[in-house]
Design a binder for this molecule. Sequence first.
Ligand code: UD2
Length: 335
Amino acid sequence: MQVRFDINKQMVFVALLVMAVLSVVYMSYHTRLTTQLVKKKLQFEWRKNDAKSDLLRWFNSSAFTDKQTLTSWDAPIMWDGTFDPVERDEFYRKKKTVIGLTVFAIGRYIDRYLKDFLESAEQHFMKGQRVIYYVMVDITSKVPTLKQSPERNMIVIQVPKQSRWQDISMMRMQQISDLIQDRIRFEVTYLFCFDVDQFFVGRFGTEALADSVAQIHSAFFTANRNRFTYERSPNSAAFIAPEEGDFYYHAAIFGGTPDLVFNLTRTCMEGIIRDKSKKVEAIWHDESHLNHYFLKHKPSKLLSPEYCWDQRPAKYIRYVRLKWLPKDYKKLRDN
Ligand code: UD2
């Protein structure tokens, strides 16, 4: 009797062990499969919406002689005067486009920046289009109420507060990619991801939509490539060699289709995790990884510094659409 009981116990134990191993194998296979599926779809979708024939129809690349309006890979660089805003708005309205916007406000950034950002977005961001704001905060009760037009929704999501500001900034890549996978990809056609310490002052409209969108940094748009503050250590996943690089991109704004933004945020996060395992941190954190990503995966549209201007008087540009707010780092950051 005793012997049979032990054998039964052993059999149960072996069965449980086999089940545990099988579920671990299945879960890792499933995760790999999901990533592969997304990657497969990405290759297929690349440039689907940004065909050159379409670009010739609406984009006036010869609008200026003193500004670069096309990249070496034929992506448009958006400046006022290169497009007809009425035609663009109509085009996307007919397609029933839904545009998502993610913004993070963690710690003291909520009180200082969130209200101005959201209220100005109501005035200027994709006006007349259907918009969903995904507002990520650590304290949901602090999110200001917004007088919204009927075609706009706001979804507030609680995220944990990291203790270092560098990690708050970098972890956005993980949190955006998770949210795209869980819900955004079912809800929007295009997605834009913004820093919160800035506010809209002019039209930020449908001309900015594309499969993969990068923002040229206002401090570097006339600078020589050797001045770009890319990550220069080969130990980091964000490394860019001195002879490489197209533009210096600003992490305060990036966008595209949910699939391509997923690819961007997931790839940057993988680089950040690899760096952490080696105890290295790229010079400009998520922005360094973003620059590395866009070097390897060329964006299909670039936004000129009109779309993210600093606080200097704007001499070279004739239209400012979004401006940085003062950065009171000493008062706002914990470290
Ligand atoms: C620059 C880039 C930013 C990112 C960062 C990484 C600009 C305008 N932006 O930002 O995109 O690459 O460098 O070094 O140059 N945040 C919080 N609470 C915090 C800290 C950060 O909510 O305590 C969020 C918030 O949305 C903020 C963003 O993270 O806008 C970026 O952080 P930052 O604005 O403090 O960093 P900054 O200005 O150096």
